[in-house]
Ligand binder design. Structure first.
Ligand code: NAD
Length: 258
């Protein structure tokens, strides 16, 4: 195959990016919009989602907002069904919505209330199951699709910032990606995860634990949403079709500890 820049265009594709009203998701949505995809900007907050959609449109792209809570099974189903009025299919799913409880209970798994555990697992793992199950039938019917899960280095690295449940949930999401890649690869749908290191805007950089972690990043800077968008562009392009079932670490070369 001769490689051409055209293979990195996403014209004619529709991409749903969950939790893209700000932060990493916003960066992803903007890159996909700039490269030709019609972007569905999901968030819990209508104002955030609309402002990102407006920014994509203002830069010459195509986007609209879709406000729903990824932890609410009925809301997910209703929203994805409603999307059929606006788009033929959700070709690309970037499941980005997720939040750690950084600093809330540092080093305190030992007495973590079950409700805190459940909340983290629900948002950072079970929500993925709901959103993927909502879009996957359409992708399989079209024999083309891309599932991209935004994970975290906390899935493979022990940290002392109170993210044990979050890390466990993200590790589960990576396992689900591997199984999806085998179940769906022969039917034109690839599934991959991006495990992010520390990103701009994360937490309080005066926190000594966070400060120590920033000093460990070999490239000397935090990640940006646009870095993640660029990797997703490759995975979603025709040129990225060989990549399936992988967890790619985007962390500036941070070396893993325990
Ligand atoms: N920021 C980092 O350093 C970092 C590091 C590793 C992994 N990650 C991962 O990157 C992803 C994005 O993180 P971020 O730092 O940009 O987060 P963020 O908190 O800045 O933004 C998340 C967005 O998701 C929305 N959201 C939250 N819960 C939602 C729900 N239930 N339904 C729909 N939308 C919801 C929020 O309203 C918010 O706009 C997450 O999956 C996170 O785990 C981030």
């Amino acid at each position: 195959m001769d490689l051409s820049v055209e293979q990195f265009r996403l014209d004619g594709r529709t991409a749903l990016v969950t939790g893209s009203g700000r932060g990493v998701g916003e960066g992803i949505a903007r890159v996909l919009g700039a490269c030709g995809a019609t972007v569905i900007v999901n968030d819990l907050h209508a104002d955030r989602a609309q402002s990102v959609a407006d920014a994509i449109i203002g830069s010459g792209g195509s986007a609209f907002s879709s406000v729903f809570d990824v932890t609410d099974a009925a809301a997910v189903e209703q929203a994805i069904t409603a999307l059929a009025d606006d788009v033929a299919s959700v070709d690309i799913l970037v499941h980005n919505a997720g939040i750690p409880d950084i600093g809330a209970r540092p080093n305190q798994f030992v007495d973590m209330p079950e409700a805190d555990w459940q909340r983290q697992i629900d948002l950072n793992l079970s929500a993925m199951m709901r959103v993927v199950q909502a879009v996957l039938p359409g992708q399989l019917a079209n024999e083309w699709g891309r599932i991209i899960q935004i994970s975290s280095g906390a899935s493979t690295r022990g940290l002392s910032i109170g993210v044990s449940a979050y890390g466990a949930a993200k590790a589960g999401s990576e396992a689900l990606i591997r199984h999806l890649s085998v179940e769906c690869g022969s039917r034109g749908v690839t599934a991959n995860a991006l495990a992010l290191g520390m990103m701009e805007g994360l937490g309080d950089v005066d926190d000594p634990a966070l400060e120590r972690m920033i000093r460990q990043i070999p490239i000397g800077r935090l990640g940006r949403g646009a870095d993640v968008g660029a990797a997703i562009l490759w995975l979603c392009s025709e040129a990225g079709g060989l990549v399936n079932g992988q967890v790619i670490h985007l962390n500036g070369g941070t070396v893993f500890g325990r």
